[in-house]
Design a protein. Structure first.
Length: 273
């Protein structure tokens, strides 16, 4: 199948965006000078047309297929944020805009481009608004990749990652309510709980409790601590999630996820309560 030149450029930009790959600079990091992020305002949500090249129905990176959401309306999720900087500064993002590590932007795997979102660091309660204009992060267990200044505003540059809450913002609409696994509504942006939200590694989700219990028993044979089955709802249907935790740190969760691949547990991901 032939590929038009604009589409080819878009695919190349996608693969080079965020954590998706690319070379030219071997290592990512912060700029060599200090930046006064207090003087950089948050992004301001406004109506914009969808990116021409940044919203395919689906795309594949590193052998995994991702599906782009039809709309950002009602999106609210907790998970782990990372950030990207010098390695990608000036390169084309998946939306076609050049990546600017000094701008209030971010990358997301499935939200439409562009989408505006409020991101709150659940460890310290700091909150910012960013424009999502790129694809990523493609590291398992991460839900959003922040620009350098966005990460610095949330005080996660030094640690590299942090538990966050991401809430999509639509001009003229109220912020969506984040729902817990039990489907009980709670405020979209919650203050950090003692600065240390609970981290879990979710290793499976099933419509049948029996299947969830089978996986739980299998994990007990591996001698893993803190295995639980949590019942929640998805599209008003019961779902049984198998989780391990709470875990002490994001690094512990990453190490456990890597070790579980040896037992055939594929793509577990970190969840934040």
């Amino acid at each position: 199948m032939s590929v038009t030149r604009p589409l080819l450029y878009g695919l190349i930009a996608l693969l080079l965006s965020a954590c998706g790959g690319g070379a030219y600079v071997d290592r990512d990091g912060a700029p060599g000078r200090d930046v006064d992020v207090a003087s950089i305002p948050d992004a301001v949500p406004r109506h914009e047309p969808r990116s021409r090249y940044g919203n395919p129905s689906s795309y594949e990176v590193f052998g995994k297929r991702y599906y782009v959401m039809d709309s950002s309306h009602g999106y609210a999720e907790r998970g782990i944020a990372s950030w990207y900087g010098t390695k990608f500064h000036g390169r084309r993002t998946s939306s076609g805009e050049p990546y600017d590590m000094y701008a209030m932007t971010a990358a997301h795997k499935s939200l439409p481009l562009p989408t505006y979102a409020r991101v709150t660091n659940l460890r310290n309660g700091r909150s910012i608004v960013v424009k999502i204009n790129d694809r990523g992060p493609f590291h398992e267990g991460r839900i959003i990749d922040l620009s350098y200044v966005a990460a610095k505003k949330l005080d996660i540059v030094a640690t590299g990652t942090a538990p966050v809450e991401v809430v999509a913002l639509n001009p003229g609409q109220s912020e969506p309510q984040l729902r817990s696994a039990s489907a009980a509504p709670r405020p979209a942006v919650m203050p950090a709980r003692d600065g240390n939200p609970d981290l879990y590694l979710q290793v499976g989700a099933f419509s049948s409790r029996h299947n969830a219990e089978r996986l739980s028993h299998r994990l007990q044979d591996i001698d893993l601590p803190g295995i639980e089955i949590q019942q929640g709802y998805s599209d008003q249907r019961p779902v049984f999630r198998v989780r391990i935790g709470p875990l002490a740190s994001i690094e512990d969760a990453d190490r456990m996820a890597e070790s579980l691949t040896r037992f055939g547990i594929q793509r577990p991901h970190v969840v934040v309560d």
